[in-house]
Design a protein around this ligand. Structure first.
Ligand code: WQD
Length: 337
């Protein structure tokens, strides 16, 4: 069975390609290489021994998307990662996000709706919940007004898929990620350090390696046990495995609705200071940091209720925060060596 992975050379995409190949799927990757590099293909091959088929493709170019699907009509499923994902950048440049994250999705769905049957996995985010009222967060928590254009594109994307699935042969699963961190244990693939890291963990590992002077902790006046904000940090390999399980659910027609939604987290919240201390434990290094003001748009706390993913999807995160941080540190050292 041939599976299309859009954005498949990205952080979560590349880890998912590895897990798909491990399960024996034939994979074709499209990526516009705007936030990654072709070298990720080598990393994938070093892990699985197989190079996925690859085509450079910008999904914002409708005709090229149509041409791709004409040439690849034997695709059994699509896992759609291709999107811009930096919250701050989306505030500065909203149209870049609406064009890339929405147009690309629409063009792919327009091709899928012509097929007798289509299985579609969508990369969504817990950001759709904003600051949820109750922790841990379940899938039926209310969808809040988006905190950023990035978050809005995920909400709109979910609505587009839901409306389309109602009147086409598309079956979809929306996967709402919490905070993906870490890298493959082989350190052959991981989060490519492009630009100044916006996310906590790559900034920590770069500071630990001495590339950054110190970490700025965005606020310690939150109503949490140690005053710093709480998130659900999930190992990227656990996340990747969930995509394969979700895809198999659709391929085997086990889904009970045209569109199903699952939160993908560990179910455990960790504060910024806890992540710092975990890094210090696994690396043996003291991390220089300073407490500064809160970051605009940040929420106090978000961690997943994982019952539905555990019971219905049959998936549960296996890695601890320590293992995830150790893999992130191993990756940082590998790419700097
Ligand atoms: C985590 C915590 C920061 C950096 C966003 C998106 C989400 C997903 C992951 C794409 C927060 C604090 C961070 C730093 C800090 N995006 N922090 N100093 O904001 O929870 O989620 O990225 O897949 O959809 O919403 O992740 O890693 O930026 O921040 O103190 O230098 O670390 O305030 O509390 P976030 P993050």
């Amino acid at each position: 069975m041939k599976i299309l992975v859009t954005g498949g050379l990205g952080f979560i995409g590349s880890h998912t390609v590895v897990e798909l190949q491990n399960e024996g799927y034939e994979v074709i990757v499209v990526d516009n290489l705007s936030n990654t590099s072709l070298s990720v293909l080598d990393g994938i091959q070093n892990i699985t021994g197989k190079v996925p088929a690859f085509e450079k493709l910008d999904l914002r170019e409708k005709e090229k998307v149509q041409d791709f699907f004409k040439r690849h009509h034997d695709i059994s499923g699509v896992i759609h990662f291709a999107a811009s994902k930096a919250v701050g950048e989306s505030v500065e440049n909203p149209l870049l996000y609406y064009e890339n994250n929405i147009n690309a999705l629409v063009y792919v769905l327009q091709e899928l709706q012509q097929k007798p049957e289509a299985n579609f996995i969508f990369s969504s985010s817990c950001t759709v919940y904003g600051q949820a009222e109750t922790m841990p967060i379940t899938e039926n928590a209310s969808i809040q007004t988006a905190m950023s254009p990035y978050g809005n594109t995920k909400q709109i994307g979910e609505e587009i898929i839901t409306d389309t699935a109602k009147v086409t042969n598309i079956n979809a699963i929306l996967l709402r990620y919490f905070n993906p961190i870490g890298s493959h244990p082989s350190a052959e693939i991981g989060e490519l350090p492009i630009g100044v890291p916006q996310n906590l963990v790559p900034f920590i590992t770069q500071t630990g390696y001495g590339l950054r002077k110190e970490l700025a902790v965005y606020g310690d006046d939150y109503p949490t046990p140690d005053g710093t904000a709480i998130r659900d940090y999930i190992h990227v390999v656990d996340l990747a495995k969930a995509h394969v399980i979700a895809l198999q659910r659709l391929l085997n027609k086990r889904n009970t609705a045209k569109v199903e939604t699952f939160n993908l987290g560990t179910g455990t919240g960790s504060s910024v200071l806890e992540v710092i201390h975990t890094f210090e434990k696994v690396s043996g290094k003291k991390l220089p940091y300073k407490i500064v003001g809160r970051r605009e748009g940040d929420i106090t706390s978000a961690y997943a209720n994982t019952d539905k993913a555990n019971d219905v999807l049959g998936w549960k995160a296996q890695s601890t925060l320590e293992e995830a941080m150790a893999s992130a540190w191993k990756w940082e050292q590998k790419i700097r060596s």
